[in-house]
Design a protein around this ligand. Structure first.
Ligand code: SAH
Length: 381
């Protein structure tokens, strides 16, 4: 699947459009300001205003002289993607339907918890993987998101949560957005370059400043990119396992035909986190009578032997027309007990935001129209 080819690239902005500062890495800003004859510390200030303080107006950049602010405003814009709609769940989960500049849509979900708040971020419009139990998987891949669109999801969540620090209260704000999971729509490792650029911005301590320890990237198992992800980003890794035999995994996670279980688990063993006592999270969707037997649980324990890991059991979240049912609570508990007695934490993920179709696997945007466009382009090549 040519997911890294140009047909899935984010659209180039029109030639007359000003470049967006959002999505620029610190080095990009330094280079852009150097072209204007400005020293590096100015780029550092600009980086802080944009990413740490969240300003959208150059006039708010009070440590810069007015002529410089005006010069910046002539050359750049500071633009987030726009929110088409926000939905609140009874459990406090919030979902934003985000409209991108080309009309495509993605979803971002905020999940507040007692001691933290997690933002579930999308990496693609649609997805190529077609996992059988996933609603996003019934949608074609329309395109990859660019860095501005990925970082933009986090920035607009901060806007809505009112979480930008003010000048005099830099470190005392309560964090409702403390953690990020790259678990929204799409396969982040099939859009690695854009996701990596975005996460480097997010992890920069002078900006959004969410550390790699609070970021988890979830993959269905794009084995060759897992190594790069570990070496270059060092974020936490979650692996969507869902089946412990190739025969079944080939069916429900078709990517397994390309990267079968043995290769996937070898890549997990090599992931740097597993040497630093940072556990790998295995995600396992509980599908009634499909993958939830005690024999499956025992085989799972055998497969992950020696990998510092945790096994997140996700009760299947239904969607219209889905060909599966959620396992019974008793089956989930029996499965969890086998994994736990082998020494692995095995939390059962409480579904969040089900009433607004924001739970795992329920995200799907209404971008089919645009998807036809991408296919037409791909056919024309
Ligand atoms: N493509 C990446 C990122 C998506 S993460 C990946 O596959 O890991 C979304 C998680 O929710 C994945 O573990 C996915 O397998 C799981 N999921 C998908 N559909 C689901 C459903 N209907 N119920 C519960 N979990 C689901």
């Amino acid at each position: 699947m040519p997911v890294n080819s140009d047909i899935f690239a984010p659209p180039e902005p029109p030639a007359e459009a000003l470049p967006n500062l959002i999505g620029m890495r610190r080095a990009d800003m330094t280079a852009a300001l150097a072209e204007m004859g400005e020293p590096r510390f100015r780029a550092d200030q600009l980086f802080q205003w944009v990413y740490n303080r969240g300003v959208t107006d150059f006039d708010a950049m009070t440590n810069m002289a007015k002529p410089l602010r005006a010069a910046l405003a002539e050359r750049f814009k500071i633009e987030r993607p726009s929110v088409a709609r926000g939905l609140d769940s009874v459990d406090g989960t919030h979902k934003w339907l985000i409209k991108l500049a080309d009309g495509n849509e993605v979803e971002t979900v905020h999940i507040p918890e007692e001691d933290r708040g997690t933002l579930c971020v999308s990496s693609q419009v649609g997805c190529t993987l077609s996992c059988k139990f996933c609603h996003t998987g019934t949608q074609r891949l329309v395109r990859n998101l660019g860095p501005a669109e990925i970082v933009g999801q986090i920035m607009l969540a901060r806007d809505h949560l009112g979480e930008w620090p003010t000048a005099d209260q830099r470190s005392i704000y309560e964090r409702q957005l403390s953690n990020i999971v790259m678990m929204g729509m799409g396969e982040p490792l099939y859009n690695y370059d854009n996701v990596a650029a975005a996460l480097q911005i997010v992890m920069d301590g002078e900006g959004i400043a969410i550390s790699r320890r609070r970021i988890t990237l979830s993959t269905a198992g794009v084995v060759p990119m897992m190594r790069r992800c570990g070496a270059e980003l060092g974020v936490g890794l979650a692996v969507s396992l869902h089946a412990v035999r190739d025969e079944l995994r080939d069916e429900i996670v078709p990517l397994n035909r390309k990267y079968p279980l043995a290769e996937l688990l070898a890549a997990c063993r090599d992931y740097p986190g597993s040497r630093n006592s940072r556990r790998i999270t295995f995600e396992y969707v509980m599908l009634k009578d499909v993958n939830d037997s005690e024999a499956d649980a025992r085989e799972l324990v055998r497969l992950i032997a020696g990998i510092p890991s945790k096994v997140n059991l996700i009760p299947f979240n239904p969607w219209p027309g889905a060909p599966f049912e959620r396992s019974t609570d008793a089956a989930i508990e029996r499965f969890a007990e086998i994994v736990r007695s082998a020494g692995y934490p095995s939390p059962v993920r409480t579904p969040r935001g089900e009433d607004i179709m924001a739970a795992c696997g329920q995200l799907k945007s209404a971008s089919q129209r645009a998807s036809k466009g991408a296919l037409a382009r791909s056919a024309a090549e």
